[in-house]
Ligand binder design. Structure first.
Ligand SMILES: [Cu+2]
Length: 326
């Protein structure tokens, strides 16, 4: 299957050239077979096997959802053609183009699940309540700890007044960044993809986990994920993912959020965000083993990739470190 993806950069991700991206994504590099000696299948026979440290399967309420293709294409911002590192590129700001992620939750408790409440306000200062559906949801929410552990991807609920509530699984003490990605359904920012974030402190004794070394392969729930692609910061590259179990190709991927794989990446050091997700809708439960992404990561260094995919009704989250050249 061919998929492409977009970075967190709103101006660029809203570019009208998605068909071109899709074409590029067809350039799927050949993959050498992964060495896969796994004990359990990443399917129904795998009973809740533990995920990688630092990933969290518990906060994916819409794991069973299926989604249409991403919406939210729009105009290109001519003021910043191809410029990387501009405000808003990386999701590290709480505001962009008059839109703001607001929250009074600057701290959340540790040791138990916690609710994070927030709103998106528009240029008029009032909460936005109309959002375009992207990958079956009006808003996607990610929590990541500063050391890139503890990844949670969930879909908060919105009250009529525009207040969102994200029901988070237990957070380890430390500094966290809460990301919201959304596309306003109207107004000045209509059809533009936004990524905004705020930090949250979780009090307690905090231990930092060293980022695992860059590696092209990892195994989750008995399923081996092999990522191939030589990436240079700010440039578009094909990124291919192969899934195997017990050395055999995985061919029973089920749609998850309308695609066969959901890929997010966070930059080591500042937790900058990039979202690389397929634009080709998935159909049927026969996805895999090869997935092709259009990758464009805006900064050099190490990125922590979180690949989410679904087999036998379960969502799996694989995490690995990818190095991006400068
Ligand atoms: Cu989502």
């Amino acid at each position: 299957m061919s998929v492409s993806a977009r970075s967190a950069r709103p101006a660029r991700s809203a570019r009208p050239g998605r068909p071109a991206l899709r074409r590029r994504a067809l350039v799927s590099a050949g993959l050498s077979a992964a060495l896969a000696l796994t004990l359990a299948a990443c399917g129904s026979s795998s009973q809740g096997s533990p995920s990688l440290p630092g990933t969290d399967h518990g906060a994916m309420p819409s794991a069973g959802a299926s989604m249409p293709s991403p919406g939210g294409s729009g105009h290109e911002d001519p003021s910043m053609p191809g410029m990387d590192g501009m405000p808003g590129d990386d999701g590290l700001s709480d505001s962009l183009d008059g839109y703001r992620l607001t929250s009074s939750d600057a701290a959340l408790p540790s040791g138990r699940p916690a609710a994070y409440r927030f709103a998106v306000t528009g240029p008029d200062g009032r909460p936005v309540t109309a959002f375009a559906v992207d990958q079956t949801e009006r808003l996607h929410f990610y929590a990541i700890r500063s050391d890139l552990t503890g990844f949670q991807h969930l879909h908060p609920t919105m009250a009529e007044d525009g207040t969102w509530t994200a029901s988070l699984s237990t957070l380890a003490p430390g500094s966290w960044r809460m990301f919201a990605t959304f596309t306003p359904a109207g107004g000045p920012g209509g059809s533009k993809d936004f990524v905004l974030s705020r930090t949250v402190t979780v009090p307690g004794t905090s231990r930092t986990t060293t980022l695992p070394a860059a590696a092209g392969t990892t195994t989750v729930d008995g399923c081996t994920v092999t990522v191939q692609g030589d990436l240079t910061a700010g440039m578009e590259h094909p990124l291919t993912v192969r899934l195997t179990r017990n050395g055999e190709p995985v061919t029973d991927l089920q749609p998850y959020l309308g695609t066969y794989a959901h890929l997010t990446a966070f930059h080591a050091g500042d937790a900058a965000f990039a979202h690389l997700h397929p634009t080709t809708p998935a159909s049927g439960d026969e996805g895999g083993p090869d997935l092709s992404f259009h990758a464009e990561l805006p900064a050099p260094g190490n990125w922590r990739l979180f690949l989410q995919f679904r087999t036998a009704g379960r969502v799996h989250t694989a995490a690995l470190t990818l190095h991006v050249a400068g």
